[in-house]
Design a protein around this ligand. Sequence first.
Ligand SMILES: C[S@@+](CC[C@H](N)C(=O)[O-])C[C@H]1O[C@@H](n2cnc3c(N)ncnc32)[C@H](O)[C@@H]1O
Length: 234
Amino acid sequence: MKKPFRESFTIHDNNIFINSIKMNISQELEKYISDHMSPEGELLEDLRRQTYLKTPYPNMISGPLQGKFLELLSKMLKSERILEIGTFTGYSAICLASGLVEGGTLDTIDSNDETYEMAAEYFKRAGMESRIHQIRGDALEIMKGLERHYDLIFIDGEKREYTAYYQLAIELLKKGGIILADNVLWGGKVVDEKEKNDPATAGIIAFNKHVVEDKRVELVMLPVRDGLSIIRKL
Ligand SMILES: C[S@@+](CC[C@H](N)C(=O)[O-])C[C@H]1O[C@@H](n2cnc3c(N)ncnc32)[C@H](O)[C@@H]1O
């Protein structure tokens, strides 16, 4: 039997900032935030635990803080059509799909076959198998064949490809629609001179520059978790 990547994973009250760049937030304050948010829920907690046990890079998962943020934003936008680039084990897709209006759908793309079945299992357990359409393959190829009518697009794929995803996503988005881009601070490396030639860091830096110079959008960059940009198409 394949040995799990980590032998055990305990969910502490204060681990909502998984993969965060900490932002001088004390453990006490983290716990306070966690204690004053709606709970994650059993299914997502289980999905998170299984992701830590069964996948090699579990900290790619959005986690409770960002997950709840995605869910509430999706609800506020009353989304009918959502596109996600980077399904992984399905955590963020479930959060985003929880905000869909009746009859709404979420398309989620991932090129990794190894996490496809796990995500599918949790979409089923969440009762979302008819609302979430899983698409296997390279997002840059698949996006070229999609129709242009999304309310919300979540970019959370390969960091070197962010600008290319964005250029396709902006065309697929309705006027007034929102693009969310994860990891835009990339662990703080975006301001570290030593890291600027690292391909992933360079990808994020180029993306952030491209978006802020794009006159078709307005945006805010939030220091939530690893940095999240909310970009609105004018
Ligand atoms: C950070 S993880 C996504 C995490 C997920 N959104 C969540 O919050 O749980 C990034 C995912 O993007 C996928 N990916 C990377 N490059 C891709 C590409 N060109 N096309 C499709 N998926 C890609 C990877 O296989 C990986 O599962």
